[in-house]
Write a protein that binds this ligand. Structure first.
Ligand code: SAH
Length: 256
């Protein structure tokens, strides 16, 4: 593709947690009109089905898509399309600004002098809380919300927040560790054994599953399928969840 003088434009589009009903209108419209769509693995096939049928669609996800693709390759691809004058949708799961390597991609576009816009999406923690029918904060019991990643660049260990106040909610994305190890890390940091927590897998999708219990129980549970997010804190207390698939919903309280 030969670069054209009328440089294109990149939209970082949040695809939300998987259910197309949870796309923003702007995300939907951009999907319908983009010339090129570069998407991550977590973007569901139902969402890709909303795309412009004439668009060039590439999976640049690092898990099961384009194996071996590096961040530099993704940046290059995005820039190459934009320099051909195309309208590019860089489609990321959830909200593009949360654990989505947005910083690297913005830096690459800035260097190539390509304009961009960020279209926010519904992040996994919000979708998980909605699935479990709980709030993420509460005036009475949760005054702060921490988004934590279980997976850091270079495999650096995650820093578990200290329970300095008991009124925080922690959402752990990419809980890479076994639940036992993760729960033990929280316990070692001083979190009480009865701290309520839940895990939501594939929130908003037909395969959605929810486990609810406390940190003590969590040590004995098997992992739910990826992607899954762990929510921990008082807001989880008294959850009255209804999974999309009721057979898949279960509580692990008292089952250890
Ligand atoms: N930008 C995304 C997060 C990307 S990191 C967002 O805002 O949601 C990828 C992690 O997000 C997964 O490992 C998982 O922890 C979480 N995640 C993404 N989609 C999810 C879903 N539908 N259900 C549960 N967790 C999800």
């Amino acid at each position: 593709m030969a670069p054209r003088p009328d440089s294109g434009f990149v939209y970082f589009v949040g695809a939300g947690p998987g259910d197309p009903e949870l796309l923003t209108l702007r995300a939907f419209r951009l999907l319908r009109t983009a010339d090129a769509i570069l998407h991550d693995d977590l973007v569901s096939k139902e969402i890709l089905a909303c795309a412009n049928p004439d668009a060039t669609i590439e999976n640049v996800g690092k898990r099961c898509g384009f194996r071996g693709i590096s961040q530099e390759d993704i940046n290059e691809r995005m820039i190459e399309f934009a320099q051909c004058g195309l309208k590019v949708a860089r489609l990321k799961g959830g909200d593009p600004s949360i654990f989505g390597r947005l910083a690297e991609e913005i830096a690459a576009l800035a260097q190539a002098e390509i304009s961009f816009e960020i279209v926010p999406g519904i992040t996994a923690a919000s979708a998980a809380a909605a699935a479990a029918k709980i709030p993420l904060t509460s005036r009475k019991s949760s005054s702060q919300l921490i988004f934590l990643t279980g997976h850091r660049a270079g495999g650096a260990p995650i820093e578990i927040p200290l329970p300095t106040t008991r009124d925080s909610t922690i959402a752990v994305y990419m809980p890479a560790l076994e639940y036992k190890e993760l729960a033990e890390r929280f316990l070692a940091a001083g979190w009480p054994i009865n701290t309520p927590c839940l895990v939501v897998s594939t929130a908003s999708q037909s395969s959605q599953q929810i486990l609810a219990g406390n940190l003590g129980d969590l040590r004995f549970r098997q992992r739910l399928p990826s992607p899954a997010v762990l929510i921990l804190g008082n807001v989880v207390t008294g959850t009255r969840f209804a999974a999309t698939n009721p057979a898949a919903a279960c509580s692990f309280q008292g089952q250890s």
